[in-house]
Design a protein around this ligand. Structure first.
Ligand SMILES: [Zn+2]
Length: 310
C-alpha cells in the first residue's frame, strides 16, 4: 500500500497545481463527463510534456482518450485504478484554497436613544469561528508582552447579533449596540495591519480622517466559499494615522496604520476595530466617509469571522 501511495502523492501535487491554473481543465471537468483527477493523472503518467496554464483542446482529447479504458475498468468516480485496486484521490482538491464559507447576513433590531426601533443587517459570528476573543490576532499587541498573559485587551465585543436588552447601552443611550471590538492599549501604541483570513493580495487604504474620531479605513479582498468578497476594516479613535498614509496606499502585514488614542472618545484610550462587508458593486473609494458605515453600502460583521487566528 505504501508503494501505491508514494506514486499517487506526486501526481496529487501536480494535479493540484494544474487545478489552480487551468480554467480549461475546470471546463473539461464539468463537460467531459470523466473524473478530472483521473484524466490528469493518466495524462501525467503518459509522460506528457509540461502542461501550460491553459491546455490545448487537442491535449485534453488525447488525455481523455488515454484514460477511457481505465474509466471502463470499473473504478468509481474519484478513485484511481492502480495495480488492480482503486485508490481514492483527494476529494475536491480544487477547493483547497476556496477560503472559508461565506457568512450569511441576517436582520436584527434595537431601540435607539429616541426610542425608535432600528432595523439593520448584520453578519453574526459563524459557528466555526471560536467565540474566544483571545484566540484571534489583532492590529495591536493585545497582551503579547504581558508576563502573565492575562492583561485584558478586548474590553468590549460585538453584540449586534444579540437581542436589544443584551446589547451595549451607553450613557443616556448615546451608544446602542456595538458592531466592533474595543481593544485597550496605552496611548501611542502602534496599530499595524493584519492580513485577514483568506486575504488575497495587499490591503488598501480607503480613507484617512474623521469618522470615529481620527480614523483609518482599509479594504481587504477575501476568498470566501470560492468567490471574492471585499471587507472594510475601520480603525477608530486613533491618536494619529501613520505618517504619509493616504487613500490608495497599499498595506502589507505589519505595516503601520496609526497610533492608539482617544480622539472621539475623550479619556477612553482604545482602538475601535470594526469589520464591514461591502455590498456588491459598491466602490468605497468614491463614498463620503459617513456612507462607508451606511447599511446600504456595507454590512457590519462580527470581526471574528475575518480576523486571523493567533
Ligand atoms: Zn468600539
Amino acid at each position: 500500500m505504501k508503494a501505491v501511495l508514494s506514486t499517487v502523492a506526486p501526481a496529487r501535487a501536480r494535479v493540484r497545481s494544474l487545478l489552480r491554473t487551468s480554467s480549461a481543465l475546470r471546463w473539461f471537468q464539468s463537460n467531459a463527463g470523466v473524473p478530472l483527477a483521473l484524466t490528469l493523472t493518466a495524462a501525467l503518467s503518459l509522460g506528457s510534456p509540461p502542461v501550460e496554464p491553459v491546455l490545448a483542446a487537442a491535449t485534453l482529447r488525447r488525455a481523455r482518450a488515454a484514460i477511457e479504458p481505465l474509466a471502463q475498468a470499473g473504478c468509481p468516480r474519484g478513485t484511481l485504478p492502480d495495480n488492480g485496486a482503486c485508490v481514492r484521490l483527494p476529494v475536491a482538491a480544487e477547493d483547497e484554497d476556496d477560503g472559508q464559507p461565506e457568512a450569511e447576513s441576517s436582520t436584527n433590531t434595537h431601540r435607539d436613544r429616541l426610542g425608535r426601533w432600528v432595523v439593520y443587517d448584520e453578519i453574526p459570528r459563524r459557528p466555526d469561528r471560536t467565540a474566544d476573543y483571545d484566540a484571534y490576532r489583532y492590529p495591536v499587541p493585545c497582551g503579547a508582552g504581558a508576563t502573565d498573559g492575562t492583561r485584558p485587551c478586548v474590553v468590549s465585543g460585538y453584540d449586534l447579533d444579540r437581542s436589544d436588552d443584551r446589547q451595549r447601552h451607553g450613557q443616556r443611550l448615546r451608544q446602542v449596540g456595538h458592531g466592533a471590538v474595543d481593544l485597550v492599549e496605552p496611548r501611542g501604541t502602534p496599530v499595524t495591519s493584519v492580513a485577514l483570513e483568506h486575504q488575497q493580495g495587499d490591503a488598501e487604504v480607503i480613507y484617512v480622517g474623521p469618522l470615529f474620531g481620527t480614523t483609518v479605513v482599509t479594504r481587504h479582498t477575501l476568498r470566501e466559499g470560492g468567490r471574492l468578497r471585499d471587507y472594510l476594516l475601520i480603525f477608530g479613535h486613533l491618536d494619529a494615522p501613520a505618517p504619509g498614509l493616504q487613500q490608495g496606499s497599499p498595506l502589507r502585514e505589519g505595516d503601520l496604520v496609526g497610533f492608539v488614542g482617544d480622539t472621539g472618545s475623550p479619556d477612553i484610550v482604545h482602538l475601535h476595530l470594526e469589520a464591514r462587508r461591502l455590498r456588491d458593486g459598491v466602490d468605497p473609494a468614491k463614498l463620503a466617509p459617513s456612507r462607508l458605515i451606511d447599511g446600504t453600502n456595507t454590512v457590519v460583521c462580527d470581526p471574528r469571522n475575518v480576523l486571523p487566528l493567533r
